[in-house]
Design a binder for this molecule. Structure first.
Ligand code: 1GP
Length: 246
Protein backbone atom coordinates (compact mmCIF):
# COMPACT_ATOMS: atom_id res chain seq x y z
CA UNK A 1 0.00 0.00 0.00
CA UNK A 2 1.46 3.30 -1.07
CA UNK A 3 -0.24 5.27 1.70
CA UNK A 4 1.26 3.00 4.35
CA UNK A 5 4.63 3.60 2.73
CA UNK A 6 4.07 7.37 2.86
CA UNK A 7 2.99 7.29 6.50
CA UNK A 8 5.15 4.61 8.03
CA UNK A 9 8.48 5.83 6.69
CA UNK A 10 8.13 8.94 8.79
CA UNK A 11 10.95 10.44 6.73
CA UNK A 12 11.24 13.23 4.21
CA UNK A 13 10.59 11.90 0.73
CA UNK A 14 11.05 13.22 -2.78
CA UNK A 15 8.54 12.98 -5.62
CA UNK A 16 9.49 13.76 -9.20
CA UNK A 17 6.57 15.16 -11.18
CA UNK A 18 6.35 14.05 -14.78
CA UNK A 19 4.02 15.93 -17.06
CA UNK A 20 3.69 13.56 -20.05
CA UNK A 21 3.14 16.46 -22.46
CA UNK A 22 6.43 18.05 -21.57
CA UNK A 23 8.64 15.00 -22.12
CA UNK A 24 10.14 13.49 -25.25
CA UNK A 25 11.03 9.81 -25.27
CA UNK A 26 14.70 10.73 -24.69
CA UNK A 27 14.08 13.19 -21.85
CA UNK A 28 11.75 10.71 -20.14
CA UNK A 29 14.33 7.92 -20.39
CA UNK A 30 17.01 10.23 -19.00
CA UNK A 31 14.81 11.41 -16.13
CA UNK A 32 13.83 7.87 -15.13
CA UNK A 33 17.51 6.86 -14.99
CA UNK A 34 18.43 9.95 -12.98
CA UNK A 35 15.53 9.37 -10.62
CA UNK A 36 16.68 5.82 -9.96
CA UNK A 37 20.26 6.93 -9.28
CA UNK A 38 19.04 9.73 -7.01
CA UNK A 39 16.90 7.31 -4.97
CA UNK A 40 13.71 9.19 -5.73
CA UNK A 41 10.83 7.94 -3.59
CA UNK A 42 7.88 8.47 -5.95
CA UNK A 43 6.94 9.49 -9.44
CA UNK A 44 3.90 11.74 -9.71
CA UNK A 45 2.41 11.64 -13.22
CA UNK A 46 -0.17 14.09 -14.52
CA UNK A 47 -0.76 17.51 -15.99
CA UNK A 48 -3.33 20.27 -16.20
CA UNK A 49 -3.94 19.96 -19.91
CA UNK A 50 -2.47 16.82 -21.49
CA UNK A 51 -2.92 17.71 -25.12
CA UNK A 52 -1.29 14.56 -26.39
CA UNK A 53 -2.02 10.92 -25.81
CA UNK A 54 1.14 10.25 -23.82
CA UNK A 55 -0.35 9.64 -20.36
CA UNK A 56 -0.72 5.85 -20.60
CA UNK A 57 2.51 5.43 -22.56
CA UNK A 58 4.47 7.45 -20.00
CA UNK A 59 3.20 5.33 -17.12
CA UNK A 60 3.95 2.10 -19.01
CA UNK A 61 7.48 3.28 -19.77
CA UNK A 62 8.22 4.19 -16.15
CA UNK A 63 6.74 0.90 -14.94
CA UNK A 64 8.90 -1.12 -17.30
CA UNK A 65 12.09 0.72 -16.44
CA UNK A 66 11.95 1.31 -12.68
CA UNK A 67 10.53 0.06 -9.42
CA UNK A 68 9.80 3.55 -8.08
CA UNK A 69 6.08 3.75 -7.19
CA UNK A 70 3.96 5.71 -9.67
CA UNK A 71 1.27 7.93 -8.19
CA UNK A 72 -1.18 9.64 -10.53
CA UNK A 73 -1.47 13.36 -9.83
CA UNK A 74 -4.48 14.01 -12.04
CA UNK A 75 -5.26 17.26 -13.80
CA UNK A 76 -8.69 15.96 -14.71
CA UNK A 77 -10.99 12.97 -14.33
CA UNK A 78 -9.62 11.12 -17.37
CA UNK A 79 -6.13 10.74 -16.01
CA UNK A 80 -6.64 7.23 -14.66
CA UNK A 81 -4.49 4.19 -15.43
CA UNK A 82 -4.57 0.69 -13.98
CA UNK A 83 -0.80 0.50 -14.43
CA UNK A 84 -0.12 3.14 -11.76
CA UNK A 85 0.33 2.18 -8.11
CA UNK A 86 -2.02 4.78 -6.62
CA UNK A 87 -3.88 7.99 -7.38
CA UNK A 88 -4.10 11.19 -5.38
CA UNK A 89 -7.86 11.69 -5.25
CA UNK A 90 -7.63 15.45 -5.17
CA UNK A 91 -10.26 17.91 -4.03
CA UNK A 92 -9.34 21.56 -4.56
CA UNK A 93 -10.50 22.67 -1.13
CA UNK A 94 -8.91 26.12 -1.31
CA UNK A 95 -11.33 26.94 -4.14
CA UNK A 96 -15.07 27.32 -4.37
CA UNK A 97 -15.55 25.77 -7.76
CA UNK A 98 -17.81 22.73 -7.30
CA UNK A 99 -16.43 21.13 -10.45
CA UNK A 100 -13.02 20.68 -8.76
CA UNK A 101 -14.40 20.07 -5.28
CA UNK A 102 -16.60 17.11 -6.27
CA UNK A 103 -17.62 17.24 -9.98
CA UNK A 104 -14.51 15.72 -11.57
CA UNK A 105 -14.29 13.21 -8.73
CA UNK A 106 -17.78 11.83 -9.50
CA UNK A 107 -16.76 11.26 -13.13
CA UNK A 108 -13.46 9.67 -12.13
CA UNK A 109 -14.74 7.41 -9.31
CA UNK A 110 -16.15 4.57 -11.49
CA UNK A 111 -13.01 4.64 -13.69
CA UNK A 112 -10.80 4.38 -10.59
CA UNK A 113 -12.87 1.51 -9.19
CA UNK A 114 -12.62 -0.33 -12.50
CA UNK A 115 -8.84 0.21 -12.54
CA UNK A 116 -8.65 -1.09 -8.92
CA UNK A 117 -6.31 1.76 -8.05
CA UNK A 118 -5.32 2.61 -4.51
CA UNK A 119 -7.05 5.92 -3.87
CA UNK A 120 -5.55 8.48 -1.50
CA UNK A 121 -7.99 11.28 -0.62
CA UNK A 122 -5.99 14.50 -0.76
CA UNK A 123 -6.92 18.04 0.25
CA UNK A 124 -5.36 20.24 -2.43
CA UNK A 125 -4.64 23.87 -1.52
CA UNK A 126 -3.50 26.36 -4.10
CA UNK A 127 -1.20 29.06 -2.70
CA UNK A 128 -0.23 32.29 -4.47
CA UNK A 129 3.15 31.63 -6.08
CA UNK A 130 3.70 35.11 -7.48
CA UNK A 131 1.94 34.69 -10.81
CA UNK A 132 -1.29 33.24 -12.16
CA UNK A 133 -0.77 29.48 -12.25
CA UNK A 134 -2.21 27.10 -14.83
CA UNK A 135 -4.12 25.37 -12.04
CA UNK A 136 -5.68 28.63 -10.90
CA UNK A 137 -6.63 29.56 -14.45
CA UNK A 138 -8.00 26.15 -15.44
CA UNK A 139 -9.96 25.69 -12.22
CA UNK A 140 -11.04 29.34 -12.09
CA UNK A 141 -10.17 29.53 -8.40
CA UNK A 142 -8.33 32.16 -6.40
CA UNK A 143 -5.18 30.97 -4.61
CA UNK A 144 -4.64 31.60 -0.89
CA UNK A 145 -2.51 34.75 -0.36
CA UNK A 146 0.97 33.60 0.69
CA UNK A 147 0.98 35.87 3.74
CA UNK A 148 -2.22 34.34 5.15
CA UNK A 149 -1.11 31.11 6.88
CA UNK A 150 -4.24 31.16 9.06
CA UNK A 151 -6.45 30.64 6.03
CA UNK A 152 -4.33 27.70 4.88
CA UNK A 153 -4.46 26.21 8.40
CA UNK A 154 -8.27 26.49 8.59
CA UNK A 155 -8.70 24.88 5.17
CA UNK A 156 -6.19 22.10 5.89
CA UNK A 157 -7.91 21.38 9.20
CA UNK A 158 -11.30 21.18 7.50
CA UNK A 159 -9.79 18.82 4.93
CA UNK A 160 -8.42 16.51 7.61
CA UNK A 161 -11.72 16.63 9.50
CA UNK A 162 -13.50 15.61 6.30
CA UNK A 163 -11.28 12.52 6.19
CA UNK A 164 -8.55 13.52 3.77
CA UNK A 165 -5.38 11.48 4.24
CA UNK A 166 -2.91 13.96 2.77
CA UNK A 167 -2.71 17.74 2.53
CA UNK A 168 -0.96 19.22 -0.52
CA UNK A 169 0.22 22.85 -0.51
CA UNK A 170 0.66 23.82 -4.17
CA UNK A 171 2.23 27.06 -5.41
CA UNK A 172 1.62 25.96 -9.01
CA UNK A 173 4.05 24.42 -11.46
CA UNK A 174 6.78 26.92 -12.34
CA UNK A 175 5.73 29.29 -9.54
CA UNK A 176 8.00 32.30 -9.00
CA UNK A 177 7.85 31.74 -5.24
CA UNK A 178 7.49 28.34 -3.62
CA UNK A 179 5.29 27.99 -0.52
CA UNK A 180 7.00 29.90 2.29
CA UNK A 181 8.31 28.36 5.50
CA UNK A 182 5.87 30.25 7.73
CA UNK A 183 2.86 28.78 5.96
CA UNK A 184 4.31 25.25 5.86
CA UNK A 185 5.16 25.39 9.59
CA UNK A 186 1.71 26.66 10.51
CA UNK A 187 -0.11 23.96 8.53
CA UNK A 188 2.19 21.17 9.69
CA UNK A 189 1.70 22.13 13.33
CA UNK A 190 -2.05 21.78 12.99
CA UNK A 191 -2.54 18.57 11.02
CA UNK A 192 -1.65 14.98 11.73
CA UNK A 193 -1.72 13.61 8.16
CA UNK A 194 1.36 13.84 5.93
CA UNK A 195 2.03 17.15 4.16
CA UNK A 196 3.04 17.45 0.49
CA UNK A 197 4.56 20.71 -0.76
CA UNK A 198 5.35 21.62 -4.37
CA UNK A 199 5.48 24.35 -6.97
CA UNK A 200 8.50 26.50 -7.81
CA UNK A 201 11.12 24.45 -5.92
CA UNK A 202 14.21 24.76 -8.10
CA UNK A 203 17.24 24.36 -5.84
CA UNK A 204 18.62 22.05 -3.18
CA UNK A 205 18.50 24.91 -0.65
CA UNK A 206 14.81 25.53 -1.27
CA UNK A 207 14.10 21.79 -1.01
CA UNK A 208 15.94 21.63 2.30
CA UNK A 209 14.13 24.69 3.69
CA UNK A 210 10.80 23.22 2.63
CA UNK A 211 11.60 19.96 4.43
CA UNK A 212 12.82 21.70 7.54
CA UNK A 213 9.66 23.79 7.67
CA UNK A 214 7.63 20.58 7.88
CA UNK A 215 6.93 19.14 4.43
CA UNK A 216 6.92 15.33 4.40
CA UNK A 217 7.00 14.99 0.62
CA UNK A 218 8.62 17.54 -1.69
CA UNK A 219 7.47 17.63 -5.32
CA UNK A 220 9.81 18.83 -8.04
CA UNK A 221 8.87 19.02 -11.72
CA UNK A 222 9.49 22.06 -13.87
CA UNK A 223 13.16 22.65 -13.10
CA UNK A 224 14.06 19.07 -14.02
CA UNK A 225 12.71 19.63 -17.52
CA UNK A 226 15.41 22.28 -17.94
CA UNK A 227 18.14 21.03 -15.60
CA UNK A 228 17.66 17.31 -14.95
CA UNK A 229 21.07 17.02 -13.31
CA UNK A 230 19.82 19.08 -10.36
CA UNK A 231 17.84 16.04 -9.22
CA UNK A 232 20.78 14.41 -7.46
CA UNK A 233 21.53 17.56 -5.41
CA UNK A 234 17.87 18.06 -4.53
CA UNK A 235 17.50 14.44 -3.50
CA UNK A 236 20.57 14.61 -1.28
CA UNK A 237 19.20 17.77 0.34
CA UNK A 238 15.80 16.17 1.02
CA UNK A 239 17.19 12.89 2.33
CA UNK A 240 19.95 14.54 4.38
CA UNK A 241 17.32 16.29 6.51
CA UNK A 242 16.40 12.75 7.69
CA UNK A 243 19.92 12.21 9.05
CA UNK A 244 19.72 15.42 11.08
CA UNK A 245 16.39 14.28 12.53
CA UNK A 246 17.60 10.71 13.31
C1 1GP B 1 3.26 21.27 -9.51
O1 1GP B 1 3.89 20.90 -7.25
C2 1GP B 1 4.20 20.61 -8.57
O2 1GP B 1 2.03 20.68 -9.51
C3 1GP B 1 5.62 20.87 -8.96
O3 1GP B 1 5.89 22.20 -9.32
O4 1GP B 1 6.84 22.02 -11.59
O5 1GP B 1 7.25 24.07 -10.21
O6 1GP B 1 8.35 21.91 -9.64
P1 1GP B 1 7.16 22.56 -10.23
Amino acid sequence: MIYTQIKSRNKKQLAVLIDPDKQTQESLAQLVELAKNARTDFFFVGGSLLLEDRFEKTISYIKEHSKIPIIIFPGNSYQVSAKADAILFLSLISGRNPEYLIGQQVIAAPLIKEAKLETIPTGYLLIDGGRISTTSYITQTVPIPNDKPDIAVAIALAGEMLGMKLIYLEAGSGALNSVNAEMIEAVKKNISVPLIVGGGIRSAEQAEETCKAGADIIVVGNILEKEPDLLMEISLAVHSTNKVAE
